[in-house]
Design a protein around this ligand. Structure first.
Ligand code: PNS
Length: 174
């Protein structure tokens, strides 16, 4: 049975990610979307929120599930009998980083390979950072993220905006 992992931060998952997930699910018997628990970054969405939103997004694809992982990707892959890492390649700008990642993973885990899927042209420009930036400034991102993520994003940014306003008003009083 072929089992692959599609790892990433997914903060939040975009339609570009979903495209890669769907296509991977047609290539491999099982695809695990691995959400990185990265303590050095402060994500907009908590780890639990990211895993839940992904599981909702992939609920109609029977051979895909999302889980979190920490530590080295290749260690997680080995522990779960995963032989293939899937990554999306958007443009030449991704290549250098992705090549370094793939080669260093292969150096320490020669039994695990990385395969690249080229992102569909519709999503070639898309990243989670761009989505967050647009959404923060009130731009419409409904064509960039799944519906459930759009809803969560709007809620989250409203909450953050309220918190910032409360903080600002609180400061003004003193
Ligand atoms: O979505 P991202 O942030 O580009 O994903 C990066 C990811 C999760 C694939 C990469 O940071 C990773 O594999 N991290 C786990 C730690 C690890 O294995 N590091 C060694 C290679 S840098």
């Amino acid at each position: 049975m072929s089992r692959a992992i599609y790892p990433g931060s997914f903060d939040p998952v975009t339609l570009g990610h979903v495209d890669i997930i769907r296509r991977s699910s047609e290539i491999f018997d099982e695809v695990i979307v691995g959400v990185l628990h990265n303590t050095s970054k402060t994500p907009l969405f908590s780890l639990e929120e990211r895993v839940n939103m992904l599981n909702e997004v992939v609920s109609d694809i029977p051979n895909v599930s999302a889980v979190c992982f920490d530590g080295l990707l290749v260690d997680f892959a080995r522990q779960n009998h995963i032989k293939v890492i899937v990554r999306g390649l958007r443009a030449v700008t991704d290549f250098e980083y992705e090549l370094q990642l793939a080669q260093s993973n292969r150096k320490i885990a020669p039994d695990i390979d990385t395969v690249f899927l080229t992102t569909s042209i519709d999503y070639a420009y898309l990243s989670s950072s761009i989505v967050k930036e647009y959404a923060r400034f009130g731009a419409d991102v409904s064509e960039l993220v799944p519906d459930n993520v759009l809803h969560l994003l709007n809620n989250k940014l409203d909450i953050d905006k309220n918190k910032r306003e409360e903080k600002r008003d609180g400061k003004k009083r003193y």
